[in-house]
Design a protein around this ligand. Structure first.
Ligand code: ARG
Length: 461
């Protein structure tokens, strides 16, 4: 007999039963479901909606279920449809008919909303610590590799030399914004829906503020229809996750390029790579590849929920049950990605000889030759043209700008003096970009201090 079976005369079709059942995935909500019920039961007692004795029986039964859950002793059944009815049935098995009083002044519609708020609130906290962990790895890497220069790119063409530390810290700041987006999502997850009933509220004199405080929420929904229909906070979680994954995917792409022999800038630790069953020499960057690939599914979950919601009339519709798997899968995708990346960044080796030799046939100091002329008064456009011709000459002579004899410079412009060679030395070029936010060593060291201050708020910069 179903909990809702009173008005039915036929058994549920077995395919309908399995198709509509959500216990297969919402069993993940067991703990928060029971915690929510504990707060509800206590409130029912305090408000004299059930007797103090009944409230006590409900509470101790629920506490025992919580213990059983920890020991993995709870058995869920598909016939009981979802986590809420499974828990109610298990409570009934434990404490008898008084279990039936727990659902007073409550519907599964506000219950499931409460469960998801509690669950996602927790998940956001975990994602935020994962973000912090990866940010620490970037800081550690940037400190260890301070001074290493790599080519910087635009259009994936050599542009200007930069510090490797500067490049990696760019990701620190992307993650800093991600952290903020999750904090923002958390502020709207922090809202207590219980008391909305099925859609219209309840006739019982419930105390919503008490439940709100008991469960550590700082706000409650002021409209019962909104409380049971709102999935915005899940969209925000998915959207923040999609953006985070996009950042990790961009880093993935760079690591995949950088570990190729063509770039050869870094080598990932063996622990983060896999081999080939056929080609004995292979060491593949599977982790970044998979993170890049899994970014697609997180985007998909965001798109899926947006689509589920777009045509729904108020208030609850069974469609809303479709909110869960995508959110759970997103959590399961994002959390390990953050942990894996932190470990990978901390253990990857820079191939200094390859990075240094990258500059042998390189024109990424060309802007600095033009800046040199501009600083001496030549309009930058003209300087640009002069250096363009110098680059052409260097290409013809199979060398780079440092390799051109001074006679060539003299001929190109009388403004050149022999200090041009110092001015375009790779290290000079990098360190000259000393303004705040630039790639010069002093600027990056300052940036590192700002980054560390974000990780340890309260400590002076
Ligand atoms: N399993 C349902 C869900 O996840 C719980 C709410 C069901 N409510 C209802 N009236 N069928 O959305």
């Amino acid at each position: 007999m179903k909990l809702w079976g009173g008005r039915f005369t036929q058994d549920t079709d077995s395919l309908v039963e399995s198709y509509t059942s959500s216990i297969g995935f919402d069993k993940r909500l067991a703990q928060v479901d029971i915690l929510g019920s504990l707060a509800h039961a206590k409130m029912l007692g305090d408000a004299n909606i059930v007797t103090p004795q009944e409230a006590l029986e409900l509470s101790s039964g629920l506490t025992a279920l919580l213990e059983d859950l920890k020991e993995d002793r709870l058995e869920f059944r598909v016939e009981d449809e979802d986590i809420h009815m499974n828990v109610e049935r298990l409570l009934h098995e434990r404490i008898g008919p008084v279990a039936g009083k727990l659902h007073t002044a409550r519907s599964r519609n506000d219950q499931v909303a409460l469960d998801m708020h509690l669950y996602v609130r927790e998940a956001i906290g975990e994602v935020q610590s994962g973000i912090r962990g990866l940010q620490e790895a970037f800081v550690e890497f940037a400190e260890a590799q301070m001074g290493v220069i790599i080519p910087g790119y635009t259009h994936l063409q050599r542009a200007q030399p930069i510090l490797l530390s500067h490049h990696m810290l760019a990701y620190f700041w992307m993650l800093e914004r991600d952290f903020g987006r999750f904090a923002d999502a958390a502020s709207r997850t922090d809202m207590m829906p219980l008391g909305a009933g099925a859609l219209a509220g309840t006739t019982f004199p419930i105390r919503r503020e008490q439940v709100m405080q008991e469960l550590g929420f700082s706000q409650l929904y002021e409209n019962s229809l909104d409380a049971v229909s709102d999935r915005d906070y899940l969209l925000e979680f998915l959207s923040a996750s999609a953006t985070l994954m996009m950042h990790l995917s961009r880093l993935s792409e760079e690591l995949i390029l950088w570990t190729s022999e063509e770039f050869g800038f870094v080598e990932l630790a063996d622990a983060y790579c896999t081999g080939s069953s056929m080609m004995p020499q292979k060491k593949n960057p599977d982790v970044p590849e998979l993170v890049r690939g899994k970014t697609g599914r997180v985007y998909g979950h965001l798109q899926a929920l947006l689509t589920v919601l777009k045509g729904l009339p108020l208030a609850y519709n069974k469609d809303l049950q479709e909110d869960k798997e995508g959110v759970f899968d997103t959590i399961d995708t994002v959390l390990p990605a953050l942990t894996l990346f932190a470990g990978m960044v901390k253990t990857m080796k820079v191939r200094r000889e390859r990075v240094e030799s990258a500059f042998a046939r390189d024109f990424s100091n060309a802007t600095d030759v033009a800046d040199y002329l501009a600083a001496k008064g030549l309009p930058f456009r003209e300087a640009h043209a002069v250096v363009g011709r110098l680059v052409l000459t260097a290409i013809e002579r199979k060398t780079n700008l440092q390799g051109l004899p001074f006679s060539v410079y003299e001929e190109a412009s009388e403004l050149f003096e022999t200090d041009i060679y110092v001015a375009i030395d790779t290290e000079t070029v990098v360190n000259a970009r000393a303004a705040r936010g630039g790639t010069g060593r002093t600027a990056v060291e300052r940036q590192l201090e700002f980054a560390k201050a974000r990780l340890n708020p309260g400590e002076p910069v």
